[in-house]
Design a protein around this ligand. Structure first.
Ligand SMILES: Nc1ncnc2c1ncn2[C@@H]1O[C@H](COP(=O)(O)OP(=O)(O)OP(=O)(O)O)[C@@H](O)[C@H]1O
Ligand SMILES: [Zn+2]
Length: 624
């Protein structure tokens, strides 16, 4: 990675940075800080994109926004407020999702550098991919509470965002959630991901998944029971908008009938305390003196207070359900009605199973996977993003670092020397070529025969994919179509994926496994000055070799990884009846957030590394 000879001075790098056009994706916590830094650095042109509008809860740290901006576009307000810091900088604001198709490779190419200030894995991976294709450097960043991370990604030189597999969101076994909760989080997951969607969601039950996973007779029976309970709830859901007694029926079913059935399951309670049924009449009477359902969210409510809040939230949500159409309602931690429902129903369930109850405030943290976002962490990380960007402009790859920040007495920052790309990475282990074509004259079979097979020496087993497969040895229906007919064009910078094997001239030594090539991304560009008498494409003047896919080696670190995996499985085995019984309920507990000490330098390309600041992993919330 050494580029000593190309290195430029800091002054020159700063000038180049200032002269470039910069893309900032995300105008949230880090985005606001970064926008300010870019303006203060005198960057000539900035494009900022964010899909969202300003929420009241953003104001404590997203300092470009004020109360009167709530519900307005984040990107546009950020642009307007920040412009006053430096009127000489040209800022373009776009309110959109970065994943929309107009933000394609060609669009990305207009930028000198891209900064990610996002909060989810999906968008991060998307921008990573486009920056790799466009060959634009990306500065990736994230924060979670006191933890922060900056990673620079340069195509072909550094590892990319996908070079290290990211930790998967935690899942809970369906039986724990539905039948044997033992922790507060189990009751919250049940309330948020089962009870709420069944009553108010889009009516898509999970019966199928439940039925498919049963392995033995006892499980089958339990699964059938759970499916029946779900169907009964679906019936009750219909009565929500018409029947004034709907609440009583729902309560009776969930906290009396279903619990009584569970208590009666043989062998289930040999080593556990059986759950307690709740009496609606008794609770109703006790709750009758409670005048208002608006209770202190910081205090742990009594049983009758939970009952009263549940009743009132079901009434509020039923009214909203009437007008919601087929999509139903969805849970949002900042929506008082849905939050009341989840807090009260989870607490009642917790009581029933002898689990500690919590304040609505605490349940909100757990239901939203919330770690308080800290303005200072965002500010520091945004500053480091610019420092690392300047190193990119200095061509100082020897000094580029993956920087980690943590609240530690001995060392707040930890710099990790950047690794090269992982040769097995599903995203960046590819070869990228541009092919100038006349799309109106070039046929798909010309591409396959003349370019892929004759010029690049692919074997007959070559496949061409646009989004879907458009050619392979058993599917040649499109062979005589022009590229334009297939929607492939230079104007759109269509990128085709080519998968295949190297042709071997010596058939005897051919070992198709070892000759598989890495994916080729073929970018179609427009051929200028096309002469109808000439070939409809232009071959590069020199020979090109598409490297072979390396065979993964069983290294020490692989063995290490396998051991870690096994240990993890063993660790959770007592709560996991079988791997297949896991239902995809994506909830992470706060304590699962990566600790800086676990964020190790990548010793091998196969070691996993956690990602900081993903809503799929953790979600942030302002400090209250
Ligand atoms: N696909 C996307 N396209 C454009 N912007 C996105 C996309 N995904 C996320 N964002 C934006 O990235 C920003 C991330 O900021 P941040 O992490 O501070 O989250 P937030 O939503 O502002 O706050 P919180 O989640 O703590 O309530 C958000 O403003 C969000 O709208
Ligand atoms: Zn990669």
């Amino acid at each position: 990675m050494s580029e000593i000879s190309n290195k430029v001075s800091f002054g020159e790098a700063l000038k180049r940075f200032q002269d470039s056009k910069v893309l900032l994706v995300g105008a949230g916590g880090i985005g606001c800080e970064l926008l300010k830094n870019l303006l203060m650095s005198n960057v000539k042109e900035i494009c900022i994109i964010d899909l969202d509008t300003i929420d009241l809860s953003n104001l404590n740290r997203q300092f470009l926004f004020r109360k009167h901006h709530v519900k307005q576009s984040k990107a546009i307000v950020a642009m307007k407020t920040a412009q006053s810091f430096n009127p000489n900088v040209k800022i373009e604001a776009i309110q959109a999702n970065i994943k929309e198709p107009q933000f394609n490779v060609r669009w990305f190419r207009q930028f000198g550098i891209v900064f990610n200030a996002l909060d989810n894995l999906d968008a991060r991976r998307h921008v990573n991919k486009l920056c790799l294709l466009a060959e634009v450097p990306l500065v990736e960043s994230g924060t979670t509470g006191f933890l922060g991370q900056v990673q620079v990604i340069v195509h072909g030189k550094t590892e990319c965002y996908d070079c290290n597999p990211k930790e998967q969101p935690k899942v809970y076994p369906v039986c724990t959630i539905r039948s044997t909760p033992s922790q507060t989080i189990h009751c919250i997951v049940w309330a948020k991901s089962y009870f709420f969607p069944q009553l108010f969601g889009d009516d898509e039950g999970n019966d199928d998944r439940i039925q498919n996973v049963a392995q033995n007779e006892a499980q089958k029976k339990e699964v059938e029971e759970l499916a029946r309970e779900t169907r009964e709830l679906a019936e009750l859901r219909k009565s929500l908008v018409t029947d004034s007694n709907a609440f009583d029926k729902i309560f009776e079913k969930i906290y009396f009938k279903d619990i009584a059935r569970l208590r009666a399951v043989p062998d289930m309670w040999t080593y556990r305390t059986p759950p307690t049924v709740l009496d609606i009449n008794e609770l109703g009477q006790k709750a009758s003196h409670l005048s208002s359902p608006w209770l202190d969210e910081q205090k742990v409510w009594t049983l009758e207070e939970n009952f009263s809040v549940l009743k009132s939230s079901i009434q509020r949500l039923s009214k909203r359900l009437k007008h919601s159409g087929s999509e139903g309602l969805s849970f949002d931690k900042d929506d008082k009605d849905t939050m009341d429902f989840v807090a009260a129903s989870a607490n009642l369930r917790a009581y029933s199973f002898g689990i500690e109850q919590n304040s609505e405030f605490d349940i909100k943290q757990m239901a939203g996977n919330i770690i308080p976002a800290i303005a200072t962490t965002n500010a520091v990380i945004a500053g480091l993003c610019v420092t690392e960007a300047l190193k990119v402009y200095q061509h100082n790859s020897d000094e580029l670092k993956n920087v980690f920040m943590a609240k530690r007495a001995d060392r707040v920052f930890h710099g990790e020397k950047i690794c090269g790309p992982n040769p097995y990475c599903p995203t960046c282990a590819f070869k990228h070529l541009k092919l100038p074509v006349d799309q109106n004259r070039m046929l798909l079979k010309d591409l396959v025969k003349c370019f892929l097979q004759d010029f690049l020496h692919y074997s007959e087993e070559v496949s061409v994919l646009k989004e879907d497969l458009i050619y392979d040895v058993d599917f040649d229906d499109n062979s005589n179509s022009t590229l334009a007919d297939l929607g492939i064009s230079g104007e759109k910078n269509t990128i085709l994926t080519i998968l295949g094997e190297e042709r071997s001239d010596n058939e005897e030594t051919m070992d198709s496994q070892s000759l598989t090539r890495i994916p080729l991304l073929l970018e179609i560009i427009t051929m200028e000055h096309t002469d109808p008498s000439c070939t409809p494409f232009r071959l590069p003047s020199e020979a090109i070799v598409i490297p072979l896919k390396p065979e993964p080696l069983q290294s020490a670190s692989d063995t290490e990884k396998e051991m870690v995996d096994t240990m993890e499985v063993e660790d959770v085995s007592e709560v996991m009846p079988s791997e297949k019984e896991i239902i995809d309920i994506e909830v992470i507990e706060g304590e699962d957030v990566p600790k800086p000490s676990t964020v190790e330098p990548r010793a091998s390309s196969l070691k996993r590394k956690p990602s900081i600041g993903d809503k799929t992993d953790t979600k942030k919330k302002p400090k209250n």
